[in-house]
Design a protein around this ligand. Sequence first.
Ligand SMILES: Cc1cc2nc3c(=O)[nH]c(=O)nc-3n(C[C@H](O)[C@H](O)[C@H](O)COP(=O)(O)O)c2cc1C
Length: 209
Amino acid sequence: MPHLSPAWRALDPEDLSGSERYQLLTSLVVPRPIGWISSWSAPGVRNLAPFSYFAALAASPMLVGLSVGQRRGGPKDTLLNIRERGAFCVNVVSESLLEAMNATSAEVPRGADEFDLAHLTSGVSGRVDAPYVAEAPAVLECRMTQEVALDGAPNTLIIGRVVGVLVRPDLPMMEGTLSLDPEVLRPVGRLWGAAYAMPGEVRRLPRPS
Ligand SMILES: Cc1cc2nc3c(=O)[nH]c(=O)nc-3n(C[C@H](O)[C@H](O)[C@H](O)COP(=O)(O)O)c2cc1C
């Protein structure tokens, strides 16, 4: 018995180009949350950039991870800043912030302030050495705990411990919990390339007992 139906198209990542691997992976692992990462450089320039190689990793302690690629063979500003300051904030991207988030992905020279570029204002975290997006519905204040070189890849995995959470007071939580209502939060997910998943119907499905 063949283990594959002839209807399957079997692809070996080793036979593909780098951009083909990127196209396949990022269109199949979807939708991805966007970690909108704010940080400060050593001299204090604000930096802001989106990362969709981003995930929640653990709740106790609260850990998040982002995978930072390279730009022209060198580290991106986000990675340099996190190394310098040991901290960053994750700003939640809601529907109304989609265009601003996209504007902050521009490949601008080190020293450019992406808050200005996207006409955003910043607050200063009271818990970590990083700014945050004042317009964001919620913010995770993170201390970098690990930097992991990913075997064979040009990416660096940054793991951060969430030491503070800021939530706008007008965001309701689900009754009796600290879970935010997705219909009010309206988070955006990344699909492939310039395609984003906007909040749609929310289905609630209790787990089987
Ligand atoms: C929605 C979105 C998601 C992105 N995700 C990543 C990512 O996970 N890793 C990465 O290295 N770059 C990612 N990028 C590209 C960076 O945002 C871009 O290189 C940015 O200029 C980096 O800024 P920095 O040099 O200030 O750190 C993404 C861009 C967009 C628009």
